[in-house]
Design a protein around this ligand. Structure first.
Ligand code: CA
Length: 238
């Protein structure tokens, strides 16, 4: 990128009605955003694999995969704002969408001007949080700077209570995502001690799992690597 070039916030419009999509794109461009249009969840995933947008405008009724599935996919990879723009006006969709981490919900038909204002408001809010790094996985957001873990299970995020050690253990594994650490290494890194009771590591892993993993299922995020230790992974190949 050349010097002096201003990088515009990129909005990805996922909408199968081309006319609506182009109208929205024209408004957003006029307001100073870079808008890209895709017509399905599949195309959106392809687009996101190139570069994650700063905001997602999401229609729920799409050909192929459902908009809510795309929302789930997106939330596992990004904390960027998501605005659902949908003709499906049922409260159920709204509740599910917000529960999956959508930030706002606009019903069709809508005024493009109002929608552009909502986009602006969301991007302004998102930029406040960008001073410290945050990592999203599933419906969780780990905030390194704020030293807290949030769960987006309803309209407003709720804080997941973690002890200081539990937070540090989770943060260490998230920050070193994909790498496996044995109990000794974790003990050194998180407890800062060379020697001690290593079983405390497994105890803390269990405690963290109780807070982030689904009960009764094998761990999805904080997994055991047999004979090696523990690893945190967001994007697991099936
Ligand atoms: Ca549609």
């Amino acid at each position: 990128m050349g010097t002096g070039e201003v990088e515009l916030a990129r909005v990805l419009i996922v909408e199968d009605d081309r006319e609506i999509a182009e109208l929205v794109a024209a408004y957003l461009t006029r307001e100073g955003f870079a808008a890209a249009i895709v017509g399905s969840a599949e195309e959106a995933i392809l687009e996101c694999s190139g570069r994650m947008p700063e905001l997602l405008l999401l229609d729920l009724g799409l050909p192929g995969a459902d908009g809510l599935d795309l929302l789930r996919y997106f939330r596992e990879r990004s904390t960027a704002p998501v605005i659902i723009v949908s003709a499906r006006e049922s409260d159920e969709d709204k509740v599910i969408g917000l529960g999956l981490g959508a930030d706002d919900f606009v019903s069709k038909p809508f005024s493009p001007k109002v929608l552009a204002a909502r986009v602006k408001a969301q991007l302004r809010r998102a930029s406040y949080g960008s001073t410290g790094e945050r990592v999203a996985f599933g419906s969780y957001v780990l905030d390194f700077e704020g030293k807290l873990l949030e769960r987006r299970s309803g309209p407003s995020p709720e804080r997941v209570p973690l002890s200081r050690r539990e937070f540090e253990l989770l943060s260490f594994l998230v920050a070193n995502e994909g790498r496996t650490y044995g109990p000794e290494e974790l003990y050194k890194a998180v407890w800062g001690l060379e020697h001690g009771d290593l079983s405390t590591v497994a105890v803390h892993v269990q405690r963290v799992r109780r807070k982030i993993e689904e009960e009764g299922s094998p761990p999805k995020w904080l997994v055991t690597v047999p004979g090696a230790g523990y690893r945190f992974l967001r994007d697991r190949k099936p």
